[in-house]
Design a protein around this ligand. Structure first.
Ligand code: HEM
Length: 399
């Protein structure tokens, strides 16, 4: 007979989540936190993320933030990020081909162009705010190119992305009007772009998604709009912060920065190891859609469960020498978990991997001898995405 979770005498975590580095009890596998419970071992994290009875908590964020605004809540259409069951399977089946590694690969030359342009602006000075000058602008042109939006709209997208991403901020409740206004603007823009692509197909994601729509089962127009929204929400802040975390980490390991410049073929390993050691998405959350018995404990329907990707990525049962950072060695035959696991496993992982694999070696070559030039200011750890707000660096000029 399973014990009810609420009847257990569990350690209590003072922080609400375990997305920040914290001391966890070594003899326990479960703690209580402000929302419900939390797990952090690789085995528990993957088992919970792969169990379809645990549903994504994304749709519950407004409620967790205490938002009661009816107008806002009623607008939160079903998104792939929060859909479950058959709805999610269908969406994922329809959109997956458009997010294949092959689709990501066709953007690689463009990614190099974007990074080179950004470095050109700071190369002569030999100093930069790496977060503001490189990370912040990097993903926007790529998302625009992916969607087929013209260069003249980069600024617009940048503003939309910033405003919409307020849904992940701790003061989201004060930003509702702004978020809704921006969603309206983006929706109208996307509908126009869809109409354009229907009459004039191009080599981009939107055309691919529309083509999927054309073959048998279809994505509706509002599902297409939702996908564009999901790409902006899922694909901008994640990538820019991951790049910031990776370069911050590498700046503390100058030998590995130099190796990467000399051996750009190490880029895939460097991406996996930086994401393992210092992931920008440090945790996510689920809630029990039904009563769930797990490891002889009963979690009643509605129970919230935080999962720490950060801690799972350093689990000594899975990774050899997990506290050592090394882009030249393989530490496990199991994947790092910063892209999640299970049905919600990052849809944009091939694109994100390509963006980071193109950026890191190029940056190492063009910013030799990179070092921190003052303290890095970190963004507040909102709902899980973490990275540098300001990161002053110096490097050898003129490359
Ligand atoms: C380094 C960059 C990125 C990281 C660390 C990251 C991380 C993640 C994680 C952890 C999840 C699962 C969340 C959960 O299970 O609760 C996820 C889902 C998702 N990501 Fe990413 N992501 C990145 C880049 C991207 C990009 C570039 C795109 C789009 C172009 C994207 C689109 C999505 C979407 C649509 C989902 C939801 C998938 C689903 O629910 O089926 N992500 N991402």
């Amino acid at each position: 007979m399973a014990t009810l979770a609420s009847e257990l005498d569990l350690p209590v975590l003072l922080t609400d989540r375990i997305t920040t580095e914290t001391t966890l009890p070594s003899d326990a596998w479960l703690v209580r936190n402000g929302f419900g419970y939390a797990v952090w071992r690789y085995d528990d994290v993957t088992r919970i993320l792969r169990d379809k009875r645990w549903h994504s908590a994304t749709s519950r964020i407004p409620e967790l933030m205490g938002i009661t605004d009816e107008k806002f809540l009623s607008r939160q259409d079903i998104s792939i990020l929060s859909a479950e069951g058959d709805t999610h399977t269908r969406l994922r089946r329809l959109v997956a081909p458009a997010f294949s590694p092959r689709s990501a690969d066709r953007l690689r030359p463009f990614m190099r162009e974007v990074i080179n342009d950004l470095v050109d602006k700071v190369a002569a000075a030999g100093r930069a705010d790496f977060a503001a000058d490189i990370c912040e602008p990097y993903p926007i042109p790529i998302i625009c190119e992916l969607l087929g939006a013209p260069k003249s709209d980069w600024q617009l997208f940048s503003r939309w992305a910033n405003d919409i991403l307020e849904v992940f901020s701790m003061d989201m409740a004060d930003k509702l009007e702004l978020i809704m206004r921006t969603q309206d603007e983006l929706d109208a823009y996307t509908r126009e772009l869809i109409a354009e692509r229907r009459s004039k197909p191009a080599d981009d994601l939107l055309t691919d998604l529309i083509a999927q729509e054309e073959s048998g089962d279809k994505l509706s127009e509002s599902e297409l709009v939702m996908m564009v929204n999901a790409v902006i929400v899922g694909g901008t802040d994640t990538t820019r912060n991951q790049l910031g975390c990776a370069v911050n980490l590498l700046s503390e390991h100058p030998d590995q920065w130099a190796i990467l410049a000399e051996q750009p073929e190490l880029a895939p390993r460097a991406v996996e190891e930086t994401m393992r050691y210092f992931g920008a998405v440090r945790g996510t959350a689920r809630f029990a859609s039904v009563d769930i018995e797990y490891r002889d404990i009963m979690f009643p329907a509605g129970t919230f469960m935080s999962v720490s990707l950060l801690e799972a990525n350093r689990d000594p049962n899975v990774f050899t020498e997990p506290q050592a950072f090394d882009i030249t060695a393989s530490k496990s035959d199991q994947p790092q978990l910063t892209f999640g696991s299970g049905i919600h496993y990052c849809l944009g992982q091939a694109l994100a991997r390509a963006e980071l694999q193109e950026a890191l070696p190029l940056l190492a070559q063009r910013m030799p001898n990179l070092r921190l030039d003052g303290p890095t200011t970190w963004k507040p750890d909102g709902v899980g995405i973490f990275g540098p707000a300001h990161m002053p660096v110096t490097f050898d000029a003129g490359h």
